[in-house]
Design a protein around this ligand. Structure first.
Ligand SMILES: Cc1cc2nc3c(=O)[nH]c(=O)nc-3n(C[C@H](O)[C@H](O)[C@H](O)COP(=O)(O)O)c2cc1C
Ligand SMILES: Nc1ncnc2c1ncn2[C@@H]1O[C@H](COP(=O)(O)OP(=O)(O)OP(=O)(O)O)[C@@H](O)[C@H]1O
Ligand SMILES: [Mg+2]
Length: 499
């Protein structure tokens, strides 16, 4: 078996030890569970590529011990699952499919989020253990051991993590020693690969080059493995420029509003907060790009937050914040940023004042916030500070009065020169006209070209009713000039100012 041979012939003692330990875990799992009861979660990343070859070797050695191996390994009998996502890199997809073909893997493609996909998988198959390429430095590895039952709220299975104790260096030592193929992105400076929305090449591997295109060294040259996730950042400017070129032009900030609540989806509760928030954001000149309602489910939250934070300036999320089992919003936000939830002493102090007598146990679950990315924004009118995780604001409101107060404070914090533009104030004006849409269409689009920095919106309240034109921009003077220019295009008096 070529993998076992390559490691056997290597002089790297550390790698040999790591390999032997991982093989031990794999053989143990293969003797505890039958072939039908195990699965391998493979995603084409470097860690799962390591695991693929360890499993091939481990299976071979396991069979050999049972003396039923004929010495070869033409197909790989462990059920292999791949959660394919539209936001995966094409190179990752291509490598995953390619590896499956090369090593005779029957790949089960799942196009659902992890949790729902696993639920369906376990319902249809007798799977009891799943091999994962999780390593101790991963945010999701916290608290895990080589054999760890799935977390509460997840379908029941054993997570088997044979390379839990492997370092970044061990991973590359293995892949290079065994001379196995890995995804091409790792040769282009990517060191840990998430979705296309949150992954860029690791700047620590950047090569200064005179040509205009930035070049990167391969991943195995990263000297400090602790920084492997340095490329897991929001593609801040570039993503937003790509998707929201409109917003750049109009200089209007883009917002996304996310509600979390099974009861909203089932129609049990009417979502008033979303409506109020959209009104408030629009009134201060923001453009709400999308509103969405999600289930109380960590993966649903993290996937949506991940998507929205890359295309909007600010994401506002509410619902699912608190101590209940269904309160998964903060965990979802943490996961979207690839960090863990960790106790926040400052926040805990506020909560202690607020709910001290209701606190049970020695740990306040509500005081766990996304680690390293959370900023607490204080305002004297708020009993608990606002939670801001980069460009995601987590609102703890339960009704519109609370929301009103919180958004007021956000606006004030900005006026006072707060750390970030939260609800930056914009100028806006609305005009009403009884002209037909055909009459206003062309002059309006010309106006848009003359005033690219002004957002122009149009709507009518009924099919026959008057048309309302909204102008939004950074200052009143610019809006006034645009209104004047519009008026000049028509007879006097056809546009009436609205309050
Ligand atoms: C097969 C499988 C099982 C998982 N089981 C759990 C689990 O029990 N608990 C949990 O919190 N996350 C679980 N996850 C989610 C992972 O912890 C993690 O979010 C995922 O691997 C994505 O990592 P990334 O965001 O760094 O790409 C599981 C994922 C997969 C693919
Ligand atoms: N989309 C997916 N489909 C199947 N398994 C997955 C998926 N995403 C993650 N996993 C499992 O979780 C493990 C950890 O994921 P993680 O992203 O940390 O590592 P990786 O993708 O193997 O390597 P890298 O850190 O370079 O991205 C993977 O090795 C794999 O077992
Ligand atoms: Mg990955």
């Amino acid at each position: 078996m070529e993998i076992d041979k390559a490691i056997g012939e290597s002089d790297d003692k550390r790698l040999k030890t790591k390999y032997n330990n991982a093989i031990f875990v794999i053989k143990r799992a293969l003797s505890l569970y039958s072939m039908e009861e195990v699965a391998f979660s493979f995603n084409g990343g470097k860690d799962s590529t390591v695991l693929l070859h360890l499993l091939r070797a481990g299976y071979f050695l396991h069979k050999k011990e049972l003396s039923c191996s004929n010495g070869g390994l033409s197909s790989f009998p462990v059920r292999t699952i791949y959660f394919e996502s539209p936001s995966a890199f094409t190179e990752i997809n291509a490598f995953t499919y390619d590896a499956a073909q090369t090593y005779g893997i029957q790949l089960d493609i799942i196009r659902q989020d992890f949790k729902s996909g696993l639920e369906a998988l376990l319902k249809a198959n007798p799977i009891r253990a799943i091999f994962l390429g999780v390593r101790i430095g991963d945010p999701t590895a916290v608290g895990q051991e080589q054999f760890s039952p799935s977390s509460p709220g997840w379908p029941p299975f054993m997570r088997v993590n044979p390379i839990l104790d492997w370092s970044y260096r061990d991973v590359w030592a293995f892949l290079l020693t065994c001379k196995v193929k890995y995804c091409s992105l790792y040769d282009q400076g990517y060191t840990s690969i998430g979705s296309i929305h949150d992954t860029v090449p690791n700047a620590l591997l950047s090569v200064n080059d005179t040509s205009s295109k930035e070049k990167f060294k391969p991943a195995y040259l990263l000297s400090d493995g602790r920084l492997e996730r340095a490329g897991r950042v929001k593609k801040n400017a570039s993503t937003k420029n790509d998707v929201g070129s409109d917003s750049q032009k109009h200089e209007v900030l883009l917002a996304s509003v996310i509600a979390v609540g099974d009861e909203i989806l089932s129609g049990t509760v009417e979502d008033q907060l979303g409506l109020s928030l959209c009104k408030k954001l629009t009134s201060v000149g923001w453009s709400v790009q999308q509103t969405s309602v999600l289930r109380n489910d960590i993966d649903s939250v993290s996937e949506e937050v991940d998507r929205q934070r890359s295309i909007c300036d600010m994401v506002f999320i509410y619902g699912g914040v608190g101590p209940l089992h269904s309160d998964v919003t903060l965990a979802g936000v943490a996961k979207a940023f690839g960090v863990r939830l960790a106790p926040d002493e400052e926040f805990e102090e506020y909560l202690r004042h607020l709910i001290s007598e209701h606190c049970t146990g020695d740990r306040n679950e509500m005081a766990q916030l996304p680690e390293g990315i959370t900023e607490l924004l204080h305002h004297e009118k708020l009993s608990v500070p606002l939670i801001k995780c980069r460009n995601v604001i987590v609102l703890a409101d339960t009704n519109t009065e609370e929301l009103e107060k919180e958004t007021e404070c956000m606006t004030e914090l900005t006026k006072l020169g707060g750390s970030t533009s939260l609800l930056e104030l914009y100028a806006s004006r609305r005009l009403m006209t009884s002209l037909t849409d055909v009459e206003v269409a062309e002059p309006l689009s010309k106006l848009g070209l003359e005033f690219p920095d002004i957002y122009l919106g149009c709507y009518r309240k009924s099919r026959q009713g008057p048309i309302i034109i909204c102008l939004k921009g950074k200052d009143n003077a610019r809006i006034d000039s645009a209104v004047q220019a519009l008026r000049k295009k028509f007879k006097e008096g056809v546009f009436v100012d609205m309050k």
